[in-house]
Every structure is written in C-alpha cells, then in structure tokens.
Design a protein around this ligand. Structure first.
Ligand code: MV4
Length: 491
C-alpha cells in the first residue's frame, strides 16, 4: 500500500494521515469548498477538492470520491468515522474500482447496520442481549403482548439507526402504540427504514464498549473497554479507559464475549462492541464497524496504534499483537472540546478562533484539526479537539485533565471547556460512580459551570480583566504569536 485517500475531514483525517506518515504511505486529502483552509488539507501530501460545502454534495458523494481516488492513483480509502464509514454501498464501490476499503466487508457493514439482524446474530454467537423482539414489530396486538411479556418499561428502537435517534422509552401500555408510531416515523425519515423493535428498558445503565481488532488470518483480539457513560442526548462528551465498573474477572468475561462475537461474524478491521451495563450484568447493544472518536483513550492505556493496525489489516498483514501482548497501563480520559455554549443548551458556536493555544506537557495528547485564526465552518460538527490525558492511575489522569483544561486558550468562540472543568471537579465523577444519566441528574454541575464560565470567558475576551497571572501570561504569548503572523501577512 503506497497511497491512501482519506474520505473524511478534521481531526480524524489528520489522525489517519499521521499513521500514514509513520508507515511511509502517501496521503491524499479530499475537501469541500468550506474546508479549503482546514489543517488536514495542508497536512496531506496531496489535496483534492470534491465539491460544495454540504456533506451530501462532497463527503457523502460516493462517485466523486471514487473518481478522485482513481485519478490520484490511491490504493486504498480510509473512511474515518461518520460520513461513509459504515456505508456498505461505499465499500462495494471501492472494491468495484479496485480500491481497498479500510474497514470490514460490505456484508458485515450491512449486517451490523441492521440492528435487528445484529441482535439476532449476536444472540446466536452466545452474546447476552437485552430481552426483546427478534423481528421488526409490525402487528400492534403482537407488540402489546411482547411488551407485556418483557415487562414495562420497554424501549422502542429503529432497526436502521443506532446512536439514539428515534428511540422512545415506554412506561406503560397506554403509551406503546403512540411510541411505535413515533419511532417508525422518525426511523423512516432518518434512515429510510421504518422497522422498529422492542427491548426491555434497562434503567440507570452504564455504556461500556470493547475495542476489538480482527485480521484476515483468523486473529481477533480485544483492547479492553472504554467507559462512555458521560453523554448528553446520545452525544458522548467524556470517555475513559478503563472503566471503574469492571473487576478484572468481569473485564476478562466481557472481553472474551466481544472476541467471540467478532469471530462469529468474521469481523475484519477495528470495531467496537457496545454493551449496556447494569448491576453487574452486561448486554449487547450495537456494534460500531469503524474507528471511533474515542479510540485514543484505548491507545493511551495499551500503547497500540489502532489506525496503524487498521492499515496493516487492510493490507492483508496479520495483527502486530496477540491477546497476551495486550496489557492495561494506567488510566486515560478524553474530553471532547466543542465550539458550543454549555449555558445555552450546548448550542453550536462556529466562528473564528482569534486566540488558540493548546495544552501540552506530561501525559497530554491533543487531537485536533484547527489552528489560531482558523474559522470553524458551520456545516459540520462543532468539535475543536479531543483533549486526552494519561496518568498512572485515574487520579493522575484527572489532575492532568484539570491542568490541561486550565492551560487551554480558545478565544473567539464559546466552548464547553467550563463544562469539562466542572465535571473534573465534581464529587460524583471523581468517585467513579457514574451512569448515562449523570449530566441530566447532576444539576450542581451547571451552577459550578456558570461560575467557571463567567470568569473564564471574561478572561479570554478581555485579556487584562482577570486576576489569573499565569493564564494571562500564556494568553499574551499566544497573542504575540498572532501579532507576528498577521504582521507578516500584511507586510
Ligand atoms: C438502551 C437503554 C436502555 N435499555 N437500551 C442510547 C444510545 C444507543 N446506543 C442505545 N441507547 C440506549 N439503549 C435498553 N434496552 C438506554 C440507552 C440510553 C438512553 C436511552 C434513552 C435516553 C437517554 C439514553 C442515554 C444513554 C443510553
């Protein structure tokens, strides 16, 4: 493999190109009109335009991307996450063009993309699934009977989706038919498939997922778990590895279950088995057939470069590690730093980063696709960076995250950094006793956040206003760099 086209943008495009560079592989960026000034376009060995800003006309345009890959002589395409990453038609289009799709077979993408089929298949492999329906529920009387048998509350889920869209929690029979109707409508609009299914609703769960890698030589390994319970409206905000919830024995059991599940479907590439975890029990939820946003926390505790393994696997080479080589070293946290206003319902705040300086030092990793003076376009997600820390234990990882959040300077847009600072100081979070309802239930978080945001934003917008000398010094340094570069530009 000599040349890889990255069919994605932002931080993940750069993450993939970094792996390419270390492996001596040339990288090709493709970019929309809105991304002309983006960092990933500058980082790539070669950059080619693929169309207008809306992703439907660029990053989702299969024909255009394949055509571009062909004319540039790409051997393979890495789809990153989102966009075309889990699209079986795209995987097929790659093969038809004689280009390697860096990911699982289109058969597996199809199978795991249909959540009812995935459930059925996982049950067959001996993986525990939540009690629920085996087929799409079409008949109302039958649905009523099934929900009654499972016992309320139940949750209605679209088969075509995942990630929470169109899911409805049903507390009693009177709400069931309306919920089915509602989920079907959302499912049809969002996924083009109206099929829905019913599961027992697991109350107060954690979301724990296992990273797996499979190659074409019959090897499947797991890289342990990630704890992803800190989320809001199905959007993960903070992830960590390992999870405070698992004993070594349970970790081993869940890891072996994940490997068996992957082997059962003949999985190739990097993938994630999502489990819902409650009261010591775990159940399969979904499988994600791509590299995930939060993969760095696993890399930090295992030392394994997941993207390089993806490329190795796609080249037909065996995994560079066996299960016995996988060890957990320390603890890692990831905060997704977004351009959004946590005090205004996390509304997106795209715009120019008139000040930008990222943190560093021991145990700090920043994956981002931005730079000072870069304008975040309004067309895509609002992620500025993934701030990742590592420590010998969870306390050290948290301390380093607090320190890194303190060092981070972002001016010109509102960010959720104050939210992350509040979480890193929150007693419940520090205790590790968290579940998926943490953000909505921990209301004191928002009082704390308000307090932090007021001082932080004042400081960043009006530099001399604060009393925080060290932060001002760091901001002055960043401002000086900006002045020098703009003087250069105008001169
Ligand atoms: C569930 C569940 C409880 N019971 N399934 C949400 C994202 C998707 N990956 C699966 N999700 C859930 N599935 C069963 N059987 C709880 C969630 C869930 C959730 C559901 C409704 C409202 C907010 C939620 C937050 C996290 C997880």
């Amino acid at each position: 493999m000599n040349k890889i086209l990255i069919a994605n943008r932002g931080e993940i495009a750069i993450r993939i190109m970094r792996a390419c560079r270390e492996m001596g592989i040339a990288s090709i960026a493709v970019y929309s009109e809105a991304d002309r000034d983006a960092l990933f376009v500058k980082y790539a060995d070669e950059s080619l335009p693929i169309g207008p800003a809306p992703s439907s006309l660029s990053y989702l345009n299969i024909q255009k991307i394949i055509e571009t890959a062909r004319s540039a002589g790409a051997d393979a395409i890495h789809p990153g996450y989102g966009f075309l990453a889990e699209n079986p038609a795209f995987a097929d289009a790659c093969s038809e063009a004689g280009i390697v799709f860096i990911g699982p077979s289109s058969r597996v993408l199809e199978l795991m993309g249909n959540k009812i089929a995935a459930r059925r298949e996982m049950k067959k492999s001996g993986t525990p699934v939540v009690p629920g329906t085996e087929e799409a529920t079409t008949d109302d009387a039958q649905a009523r009977q099934i929900a009654k048998d499972i016992g309320y509350p139940v949750i209605v889920k679209p088969s075509g989706g995942g990630g929470g869209i169109g899911m409805t929690i049903v507390r009693d029979e009177s709400a069931l038919l309306k919920a089915l109707e509602n989920s079907r409508t959302v499912a049809a609009t969002s996924f083009g498939l109206a099929d829905v299914y019913i599961e027992k609703y697991v109350a107060n769960p954690r979301h724990i997922e296992f990273q797996i890698l499979g190659d074409d030589h019959g090897n499947v390994v797991h890289l342990n778990e990630r704890e992803c319970s800190i989320q809001r409206r199905y959007q993960k905000l903070i992830e960590e590895a390992p999870s405070t919830a698992l004993s070594p024995e349970l970790r081993k059991t869940m890891g072996e279950t994940a490997v068996k599940a992957a082997q059962h479907i003949g999985y190739r590439g990097a993938g994630t088995i999502e489990f819902i975890f409650s009261e010591g029990r775990f159940y399969f939820l979904e499988m994600n057939t791509r590299v995930q946003v939060e993969h760095p926390v696993t890399e930090m505790i295992t030392g394994i470069d997941i993207v390089k393994e993806q490329i190795r696997i796609a080249s037909g080479r065996p995994l560079s590690i066996q299960q016995r080589d996988v060890e957990i070293n320390g603890w890692s946290l990831e905060c997704r730093v977004n351009a959004e206003d946590p005090l205004n319902d996390f509304a997106p705040c795209p715009g120019r980063l008139n000040r930008y300086r990222s943190p560093g030092g021991p145990g700090v990793r920043v994956d981002s696709g931005v730079y000072a003076q870069y304008a975040i376009p309004p067309f895509y997600d609002s992620m500025i960076s993934k701030l990742v820390t590592w420590g010998r234990d969870r306390s050290e990882a948290i301390e380093r995250m607090r320190r890194a959040l303190y060092e981070y300077i972002i001016g010109g847009v509102k960010t959720n950094i104050p939210f992350h600072r509040a979480v890193m100081e929150n007693r419940r979070f520090i205790s590790g006793n968290i579940n998926t309802h943490f953000i909505e239930r921990e209301t004191c978080l928002f009082d704390q956040l308000k307090h932090i945001a007021e001082s932080e934003w004042t400081l960043t917008d009006k530099m001399p206003a604060g009393s925080d000398k060290k932060k001002i010094a760091a901001m002055a340094a960043a401002a000086a760099v900006i002045q020098v570069s703009s003087a250069r530009q105008s001169g």
